[in-house]
Write a protein that binds this ligand. Structure first.
Ligand SMILES: Cc1cc2nc3c(=O)[nH]c(=O)nc-3n(C[C@H](O)[C@H](O)[C@H](O)COP(=O)(O)O)c2cc1C
Length: 451
């Protein structure tokens, strides 16, 4: 579906999502930013402002992680991803009208009927704007809190397959023409077209009917995040979107190609699966200004922990005297990158070769969960374009340090450049998440992958 505002160039279009943490931003110290001025916790007005800004920037989706456990080992750390994301998304869905929401729920500690019901409810009420980020969940603390034992990877994914199909069958309990809403005939629904789902698998048992007709996009989209070969095989069957963790274009390319191949192996079209890389944009009037801002959130404990890690990955023992010096080219030339290296090592070397000091290298967040793009809006736009053009990603989930400060800049400065360059849409293509992601309508389990 297209409209008059849709981009008409032949350039590959990127997808953009906003990471939602149920906090003041990605940074654990985000609440300390003077512009945040947090007076209560939690404060949903921050999430609402962020969601509306992302919608103003035409982001296709928000992405909610879920780590139901206490976090932070420093008294100045804010809690992140601790609030229930489905409940936050319910509020945000009501305060937005076009942007989609990919919400994580871990299979290891969920019940398929409850999950199917919750996601279908929200998908219906938001008129087709919801995705379930189906992760197996490998977090021991969360598992313990739910009183479950984590199985080895193979079993987790065997259960995930059964669980996902059960959820999708429940989502399709109603024939697409079962809902009538016919005042003249007084017929609300034709219940002969509503079926019961009866599953007795190795891991899942459910026998019931979901009392919810098809949503505007049929049923929620499936996102998936993981790291193993089992995860890629799972995504090849079920995922429309894979939310990943890679640090270089080359790594992204390998992951994206593996996912595309996994889709082909399951009788799907490789374009049916979108690979989304993480991105921490450090945006400033100059590279140095962007780094200084990010550095202002980094305490000395983090600085020294990260120096210790850089020291470990480079195989070099640094002393306090080295902190404000660049790393010598002899050291950098001697480092060997191989299959077993920390995947962030290449970025450590790349930034070090630009001549930054050890302290500044840390300020680039080269040792972080996701890669950073550092500099002006133009630099960040170029970074994003190079990934998509280089085949490293179909889009990004963007993690601003502080929503109230860094997100407005991203929306007002980076997005227009991407639009101008013809690589990001100027308006939503449709009203559902599927339409805006360019994913086909689906109802029930995808027939192509049925064994
Ligand atoms: C980008 C990304 C985001 C993730 N988000 C979550 C999350 O929000 N909650 C969760 O329990 N697990 C999350 N996971 C972890 C997965 O559940 C998965 O178990 C873990 O990556 C181990 O990979 P594997 O299951 O393929 O071995 C995430 C993983 C990745 C790569």
């Amino acid at each position: 579906m297209t409209n008059s505002n849709t981009n008409t160039t032949n350039k590959k279009q990127m997808l953009i999502g906003l990471a939602m943490f149920g906090a003041a931003g990605l940074n654990f110290k985000s609440w300390l930013d003077p512009k945040v001025n947090l007076k209560e916790y939690p404060d949903i007005s921050i999430d609402i402002r962020a969601a509306q800004l992302a919608e103003k920037g035409k982001f296709q989706f928000m992405f909610f992680g879920d780590f139901p456990a206490i976090k932070g080992n420093d008294n100045s750390d804010m809690q992140t991803m601790g609030l229930d994301p489905l409940l936050i998304a319910t509020i945000l869905g009501h305060n937005t009208s076009r942007i989609g929401m990919g919400i994580t729920r871990a299979i290891s500690w969920s019940n398929p009927y409850e999950l199917a019901r919750q996601f279908k409810t929200l998908d219906s009420l938001t008129k087709g704007r919801v995705a379930w980020n189906a992760v197996t969940g490998a977090n021991g603390t969360s598992a313990q809190a739910y009183g479950v034992n984590l199985s080895p990877s193979f079993d987790r994914y065997a259960k995930a397959n059964e669980f996902t199909e059960a959820v999708q069958e429940l989502w399709a309990s109603w024939s697409e023409d079962a809902l009538k809403l016919n005042h003249a005939t007084r017929e609300f629904a034709d219940y002969s077209k509503v079926k019961s789902v009866d599953i007795k698998g190795d891991y899942i048992e459910t026998s019931g009917t979901l009392p919810i007709p098809p949503s505007k996009q049929g049923q929620p989209v499936i996102f998936h995040s993981g790291g193993s070969e089992n995860s890629i095989a799972y995504a090849g069957k079920y995922a429309d979107v894979f939310v990943g963790e890679v640090w270089t274009i080359e790594q992204g390319k390998v992951m994206r190609n593996a996912l595309r191949q996994a889709a082909i192996d399951n009788g799907r079209n490789p374009d049916d699966i979108k690979f989304i890389a993480g991105l921490i944009p450090l945006l400033g009037d100059s590279k140095k200004a962007a780094l200084d801002r990010h550095a202002s959130f980094m305490d000395s404990k983090t600085l020294f922990q990260r120096i210790a890690h850089i020291s470990y990955v480079l195989g070099v023992q640094f002393t306090p005297a080295d902190i404000d010096k660049p790393i010598s080219s002899e050291i950098l030339d001697s480092v060997k990158v191989n299959l077993y290296s920390d995947p962030r090592l290449e970025n450590v070397i790349k930034v070090a070769r630009e001549g930054w000091t050890l302290r500044e290298i840390v300020h680039h967040s080269v040792i972080d969960y996701h890669p950073t793009a550092v500099g002006t809006a133009q630099d960040i736009a170029e970074y994003m374009i190079s990934w998509v053009e280089g085949g490293g990603a179909d889009g990004f989930w963007v993690m601003p340090d502080v929503y109230d400060v860094d997100l407005p800049r991203f929306v007002d400065e980076v997005v227009p450049i991407l639009q101008e360059r013809g690589v990001f849409h100027k308006d939503y293509e449709g009203t559902t998440l599927r339409e805006n992601l360019g994913i086909a309508y689906q109802y029930g389990v995808d027939n192509r992958i049925k064994k």
